[in-house]
Design a protein around this ligand. Structure first.
Ligand code: ZN
Length: 262
């Protein structure tokens, strides 16, 4: 800037250049001194301006501290095969996610790729006098939103504020866009309640589902990692290989993927 101003001044006073030449020579040391002064002041200014930025950066909480509880969950990789896609409160469903659905006899929908093994699992259970029924399978975003609304209303009726009710509801209902039901790979399995109790069905599934590629997605001892309370009815298809490892090692999907991606 300073240089430009000087050039401009030189042009402006051109007609008087000859007569003032001597004076100008005498002014050179002053000019150089002023230049040095300007450079020094500018440099100090820059250094001074850098300080607040540095402090701000320093004051920001370290990212690792914020994400401590999420390290195991933030593990979705670009190359993850379809059956291992991670959907939880930290990993929402990709916008371009597409699912081809198949309708079960009772009208519930699931990703058509999991249907054969789901059928095999139900047949195997029945052959051992366990009678499961297919509860909620695929859900649209709209359905997930209405479930959330219902739960929030339920808590508000108990006297909680909107914020408190929403926080409580999120422990039970996945935030829309982060529910495995929206990708069609999960299904809630309950008992028919005439021939089998809920406990009978949950116990059988817990021990046998891995043989058909399904896992108990939200075990009671993994709630910190999955972000979801114990749901003995919620089963997720991951394929036989992953399901067997997850079952035998007593880990959850987040832990399995974390190891896989290392
Ligand atoms: Zn579920």
């Amino acid at each position: 800037m300073r240089q430009e101003t000087n050039d401009h001044n030189v042009d402006r006073y051109k007609p008087r250049r000859q007569s003032r030449r001597k004076k100008r020579f005498r002014r050179i040391p002053i000019f150089l001194f002023l230049c040095c002064l300007v450079i020094t002041v500018t440099a100090f200014g820059l250094i001074k301006n850098k300080d607040p930025l540095g402090k701000e950066e320093w004051q920001m909480p370290p990212i690792t501290a914020i994400n401590t509880n999420m390290t195991a969950s933030n593990t979705r990789s670009e190359e993850t095969p379809w059956n291992l896609i991670l959907v939880n409160k930290w990993n929402s469903i990709p916008d371009d996610y597409e699912v081809e659905l198949m309708e079960l006899a009772n009208g519930q929908l699931v990703d058509k790729r999991i249907y054969p093994e789901l059928q095999e699992m139900f047949d195997a259970a029945r052959s051992e006098n366990i009678y499961p029924i297919a509860g909620s399978g695929y859900r649209t975003e709209k359905k997930q939103k209405s479930l959330m609304k219902e739960k929030v209303t339920e808590y508000k009726a108990k006297g909680l504020s909107q914020g408190e009710a929403r926080a409580k509801a999120e422990a039970w209902v996945a935030v829309p866009g982060t529910s495995e039901h929206q990708i069609g790979l999960s299904i809630d399995i309950n008992a028919d309640r005439t021939q089998s109790t809920g406990n009978d069905v949950y116990e059988w599934l817990r021990k046998n589902s891995y043989k058909f590629g399904f896992i108990l997605r939200y075990p009671a001892d993994k709630t910190d990692i999955t972000g979801v309370i114990n749901e003995p009815w919620h089963y997720r298809y991951v394929g036989k290989e992953a399901a067997a490892q997850i079952y035998k090692k007593g880990i959850c999907l987040e832990e399995y993927l974390n190891k896989l991606n290392k």
